[in-house]
Design a protein around this ligand. Structure first.
Ligand code: SF4
Length: 212
């Protein structure tokens, strides 16, 4: 039974790819981009479970999802867990899989060769706070979308375009304890403003978005 460390599961996520997507955030990131706003996903050893348990937890959502987005943390820091999770998802749904990684594409290429057809779209490269942010669903313009399968081309090419005002949105998730989470790709400075507003209203704010 393959182990995997998970930060969060959520459905629907509407800000990390087309449609109402299943969002899976893996826990642990070795890349540590300066300026990352998902530092809660950096530590290893939290949220450790198994792929089978994750699939159980997702059972009620899979049939409803238009697509799946996997982020983190750094998904490829758990190569076996990621592989087995994607294999299990492929067995249960035909929808597109978009994976965010902070690694350069060259670092992931061997994994992709060993595991063809598990990832339809890959957003690679680390977040670089000094770079501009003009492309859709990217935290910085050095990040690159690779469409790896025919399904990736048909379902995900739509996000390979300049950012527009309409998608400057975030999904907000409210936990029972008053914690607020956000999914999506914020514009620079937007989350700091939002955090200040919510903190004033008494919420703890954890920032988790696509691996920008
Ligand atoms: S932006 Fe993504 S890859 Fe970079 S440190 Fe944050 S979680 Fe890791």
């Amino acid at each position: 039974m393959t182990s995997i460390a998970i930060s969060r599961l959520h459905f629907p996520v509407t800000t990390l790819g087309p449609g109402r997507r299943l969002g899976i955030w893996l826990q642990g990131c070795s890349i540590r981009c300066p300026g990352c706003i998902s530092v809660d996903t950096w530590p290893e050893g939290r949220g450790v479970t198994t792929v089978a348990q994750i699939m159980d937890a997702l059972r009620g959502w899979i049939a409803e999802a238009d697509g799946i987005t996997i982020s983190g943390g750094e998904p490829f820091d758990q190569p076996e867990g990621l592989r087995d999770l994607l294999r299990s998802l492929r067995e249960q749904t035909p929808v597109s899989v978009l994976v965010y990684s902070g690694h350069p594409f060259e670092r992931i290429a061997a994994w992709l060769q060993r595991n063809p057809d598990l990832v339809d779209g890959l957003m690679s490269e680390p977040f670089e706070a000094s770079r501009s942010q003009t492309r859709a669903l990217r935290g910085s313009d050095n990040q690159h979308l690779h469409l790896l399968t025919p399904l990736g081309v048909s379902a995900l090419a739509v996000i390979d375009r300049p950012i527009d005002a309409q998608e400057r949105t975030l999904d907000a998730m409210f936990d029972a304890d008053g914690t607020v989470w956000f999914a999506g790709i914020p514009m620079r400075g937007d989350l700091a403003k939002l955090r200040a507003v919510l903190a004033e209203a008494g919420h703890d704010v954890s920032l988790t978005e696509g691996s920008v």
